[in-house]
Design a protein around this ligand. Structure first.
Ligand code: PLP
Length: 399
């Protein structure tokens, strides 16, 4: 036997494997509600016009392909902080936050994993139940112990807030909690601002470190509204970590644009923490890929382009919300039993449909409709052209 003959095949990725199965399906009316990628009314994932213009400018101005600094371009970091926190924020004025450009939100999460493992080895990381399927895998790969806190209440299709808060009140000082800054994936359920305040207060009192995964700013209610929860954690002196992704809101998926922001008690602590973040990055990917971040920076630093991008983002958000309304109406029209009005209350790209694993499997086998086993639907995959076929199929498997 050779060395490679002893290697076992890895299980198929539950979400990306679905895309492969969809692509291989010959049915011309197949519907893909699986992977979390925005699609327009024609099923296309577009390059945003603001990104096309920024690309033109970046390519024209480029003079070198030499390395970026380990944390990426400082102007990019500053633009990311302004977008998340608002330009006038205390964290920006005091300079106690430092932002590194990472390859996507996934890269940011893995930097956090290695940082925790190397610098806070006793910290357990608590994840929401449910959470994005890649979260436990990323932190397992970094060797960080994880466990879960209650989040979704299937009886009400809402937030299990009392259970969540009760659990947070039992966490030991020195642990960390990974929350979704907005548009919780997969449930689409976010805390209200008042609930965020209570969560932030509880974690601060207990000495538990908040880590926020912020992958959908602008996909929920709006750019400012979606950042409100996150800003509740920035009480004076509080420490926190934010993992940003610009895959969805700038449509830059394959360019791998994200950021990790460590907010420390003061600027001196920030420098110490950043020195360890740099060490982590140096061993993971050395320094980040320049192009995608240059596009984001170009857009955010130009008033006219930023305004254009905001309108393009609003168009994506409005389309998804329109599809939520249409879905609720059509499910009723097709006689699907039950009250699906909760779909309209969920935020972001995803909806937890409440469909069982068996129903999801039948939709795939009998109707060529692809969604994640948990019943998570990518609402952006729904269109006026496919909604009737989708709802008729759901009625067939629910009957
Ligand atoms: N976090 C959440 C909750 C996500 O849904 C995603 C993408 O699906 C990511 C992070 C990472 O995105 P990316 O690495 O593509 O920027």
């Amino acid at each position: 036997v050779t060395m490679f003959e002893t290697v076992q095949a890895a299980p198929v990725d539950p979400i990306l494997g679905l895309t492969d199965a969809y692509k291989a399906d010959p049915d011309p009316n197949k519907i893909n509600l699986g992977v979390g990628v925005y699609q327009d009314a024609n099923g296309v994932t577009p390059v945003l016009p603001s990104v096309v213009e920024a690309t033109r400018r970046v390519v024209a101005a480029e003079k070198t392909k030499s390395y970026l600094p380990i944390p990426g371009s400082p102007q990019y970091g500053a633009a990311v902080q302004r977008l998340m926190l608002g330009a006038e924020h205390e964290v920006i004025a005091s300079g106690r936050g430092s932002t590194s450009h990472t390859p996507g939100g996934t890269g940011a999460l893995r930097v956090v994993g290695d940082f925790l493992k190397q610098n806070l080895p006793a910290a357990k990381l608590w994840l929401t139940d449910p959470t994005w399927a890649n979260h436990p895998a990323i932190f397992a790969a970094a060797g960080v112990a994880t466990d879960s806190v209650p989040y979704f209440d299937s009886a009400t299709n809402g937030l299990a807030f009392d259970a969540l808060l009760a659990k947070l009140r039992t966490l030991p000082a020195g642990d960390a909690v990974l929350l979704h800054g907005c548009c919780h994936n997969p449930s689409g359920i976010d805390p209200t601002v008042e609930q965020w305040q209570q969560i932030a207060q509880t974690l601060a009192e207990r000495g538990v470190l908040p880590v926020l995964d912020f992958a959908y700013q602008g996909f929920g209610i709006g750019l400012e509204e979606d950042a409100q929860g996150l800003r509740e954690f920035c009480q004076t002196g509080a420490e926190l970590i934010i993992c940003s992704s610009f895959s969805k809101n700038f449509g830059l998926y394959r360019e791998r644009v994200g950021a990790v922001t460590f907010i420390a008690a003061d600027a001196d602590r920030r420098d110490v923490v950043q020195s360890q973040v740099n060490r982590v990055i140096r061993t993971l990917y050395s320094n980040p890929p320049a192009h995608g971040a240059a596009l984001v920076q170009t857009i955010l630093d130009d008033d006219a382009l930023a305004t254009q991008w905001q309108a393009e983002l609003a168009e994506m958000r409005t389309r998804i919300n329109g599809m939520r309304t249409l879905l609720v109406k059509k499910l009723a029209e097709h006689g699907v039993p039950g009250d699906y009005s909760f779909i309209e209350k969920q935020l972001g790209m995803f909806s937890f449909s409440g469909l069982t694993k068996q129903q999801v499997e039948r939709l795939k086998q009998e109707h060529s409709i692809y969604m994640v086993g948990s019943g998570r639907i990518n609402v952006a995959g729904v269109s006026a052209a496919n909604v009737d076929r989708l709802c008729a199929a759901i009625a067939a498997v629910c009957g």
